[in-house]
Design a protein around this ligand. Sequence first.
Ligand code: GLU
Length: 400
Amino acid sequence: MSLAAERMGRILPSQTIAITQKARALKAEGRDIISLSAGEPDFDTPDFIKKAAIEAIQRGETKYTDVAGTPALRKAVAERLNADFGLDYRPEEVCVSTGGKQVIYNAMVATLNAGDEVVIPAPAWVSYPDIVQLADGKPVIVPTSPEAGFRLTAEQLRKAITPRTRWLVLNSPCNPTGSAYSREELKALTDVLLEHPQVWILTDDIYAKLTYEGREACTVVQVEPRLRERTLTMNGVSKAYAMTGWRIGFSAAPVSLTKELIKLQGQSTSNACSIAQAAALAAVSGPQDFIGEMVAVYQKRRDLVVDALSAVPGLSCARPEGAFYVFVSVQQLLGKRTAGGHVLESDEDFVKAMLEEVGVAAVHGTAFLLPGYFRVSYATSTELLEEACRRIARFCEGLV
Ligand code: GLU
């Protein structure tokens, strides 16, 4: 008899985490590795945020909080979302969780019955389909195309929805492509959603503050307030405030859903770490100008990576509107042999050989449900990015 439950057979280990851990382990062994695999800012958490956490410890804020988060943080999160997107969330509609991942997990486990469908445009972040499957749901993957800027079209959405559809998961700017929906593009989707009252929308806005050329990031409820009663607006401090390790994500959703999320969380992890909550409170209610400074740096790095990799024969990529990823096509290089003798039959072969032969770690497109690509995270120093791009070029130029 197998140790693992049947549901464990439905999921794979998170590939973003697996590859990042592998790169970390190789580095610890002394190998010269540049990791472009982790979706995590290289910036340190700002000092005023760290100070807030230290002061919370000193004040003795080391005890349980309300399951949904401290009243101060729930209020501050509602105010942040309202100020950023012109929304009208109330504190009782906010639930603070241990990272954005737990928000999604809670939402799916709390709402899906066996066989309920969740529409996920691909490429998509590795964990969405697996979380849906753990919750007994059925991911309905809708592949988008580079020609459409990796954006779901209204026509595709209309075709994907069935009477069993419970959720659409939207992620803009998107991990792994960096594509962001404009207001008009989002409106085309929300018009379709208005016709299907059984469908809820989970909008993962974790990268919303990271958009380039002054482009506006917009969210579902802002574009279509009539969908407010069936939308879960998800966000968190990990990416915009360089706070991945603190593990604070949050949802804003109607009280009917929020109550279920709190009930589930109360029977699993209870409140997110009290000290991390104090830090998150400082982050969302403190000065926000450092985010603009980080965004300016990310934009330069994006251009560096896109320019360098587009110049490599056989590679191609678009210039993304947001997040800190570039999704690079390797389709023209599949079937070739590397200088080290590996035959590249798939994008996974490509990233494995690249790691082994030139020490650059990246995540293959198949992990994000679109084969033939690899994802570069450019949330790393300019010097390392320049060196990584040189190595990738050398690797590709050595293919025969
Ligand atoms: N979201 C990040 C990534 O895509 C962090 C790792 C993870 O949780 O998947 O790399």
